[in-house]
Design a protein around this ligand. Structure first.
Ligand code: MN3
Length: 371
């Protein structure tokens, strides 16, 4: 039996993680649940999964829920941290959205919990600190992101020094074929062609910032140089990523585009559990296509490589600026193309800190979000 706590239980990955538990109820126990504010759904999850304790980030919503349930309802960042460190769970599944996930991940690692990580912003903003801490505490960080789960699986039994390069696949998002992006609407941007995901990551996929974040995530998880991480557009989302070794052998990971598969693997590892998804049917897919990303139309990918290569505090700045810009776009305050402009401006105006402490990164993140 694997026991875990789940941060972000009412979001897209969180709900799919609970699907996995439903399908394998004898193998998993859910010790703690936490969400941002969606207490109606959390209440149902409490009834179904009987966690020991829950947390709601929004204080008012936490109070509201507290009067309706029999278990302890924690709140705020300290509530998330308490769930992340629960004595009775050996793993934290963090599927919070954005840099709010950094502190709970760090505190869980200090409490020697293994991490199943869907919150990629943690590794983008504070990757070096988080990876160093994980190593020091002998904690495993299991990627849930489908590309990184794919790379992780391609590397099973391989030696890091034998990697020549990592190739991350990218669906290209809804605007892969669209020349003029100046008139793109929110509704169009929210229609992802192959994956069913939350709003923030769907917009990130439309700008290709999602792939940019994933390049940095791959660098942190697998320790290869940025020049050895390539991105290839692959609209079918059938190959989830590839690793080329120094003998030029290439391992590719394929499977149905169903997030429950990498979520389940992160929780069942090193075992594999059965999954009810229909099998990959290559004859019905017919052909697979690959092409290079268009960096003129999707500059966010370039910004991410730049931020990653310069390192220090810059990836944190880029990530915070992106979170702000995506929010503004979702609130109809800016246009689609303004997202990239906004990020570029924040990056250019930043004075780089080479080896920032966690507190400095958290301050930068907060400052950009409050500007
Ligand atoms: Mn991904």
């Amino acid at each position: 039996m694997k026991s875990f706590s789940l941060l972000g239980s009412t979001g897209s990955v969180g709900k799919q993680a609970l699907d996995v538990v439903r399908a394998h109820s004898a193998d998993f126990s859910v010790e703690g649940l936490a969400c941002y504010s969606h207490i109606e759904l959390l209440k149902k999850q409490i009834a179904e999964f009987s966690p020991q304790v829950v947390a709601v980030y929004d204080e008012q919503k936490a109070e509201e829920l507290s009067s309706q349930v029999d278990i302890d309802v924690l709140s705020g960042m300290s509530g998330l941290v308490e769930i992340a460190q629960l004595e009775s769970s050996d793993t934290l599944l963090n599927s919070l959205i954005g840099s709010i996930g950094i502190v709970p991940t760090v505190e869980a690692i200090k409490a020697k919990k293994n991490i199943a990580l869907a919150n990629k912003e943690t590794l983008v903003s504070a990757g070096e600190i988080v990876m160093r801490l994980a190593q020091k505490n002998s904690v495993q960080i299991m990627p849930i992101d489908s590309e990184h789960s794919a790379v992780f699986q391609c590397l099973n039994g391989e030696r890091r020094e034998d990697i020549h390069k990592i190739v991350l696949t990218c669906s290209g998002g809804p605007f892969r074929e669209q020349r003029d992006l100046s008139t793109v609407t929110k509704e169009q941007a929210l229609k992802h062609p192959s994956w069913n995901m939350g709003k923030k990551i769907t917009i990130d996929s439309a700008t290709l910032m999602n792939k940019g974040l994933e390049v940095i995530e791959a660098k942190m998880l697998f320790g290869v140089d940025y020049d050895d991480i390539d991105v290839v557009i692959h609209p079918q989302s059938t190959v989830h990523s590839l690793v080329e070794f120094k003998d030029k052998s290439v391992m590719a990971h394929m499977g149905p585009a169903d997030m429950r598969i990498p979520i389940q693997y992160a929780l069942s590892y090193p075992s594999r559990f059965a999954h009810a998804a229909s099998s990959l049917d290559l004859s019905s897919i017919g052909s697979l296509h690959f092409s290079s990303p268009d960096l003129d139309r999707f500059p966010c990918l370039t910004y991410a490589y730049d931020a990653g290569k310069q390192g220090g505090s810059l990836p944190c700045v880029m990530n915070a600026a992106n979170e702000v810009a995506v929010n503004k776009f979702l609130n109809d305050e800016i246009q689609f193309l303004d997202i990239a402009r906004f990020i570029k401006e924040k990056m250019e105006n930043h004075t780089l800190i080479k080896n920032p402490e966690l507190d400095e990164l958290l301050d930068i993140d907060k400052r950009i979000k409050n500007e």
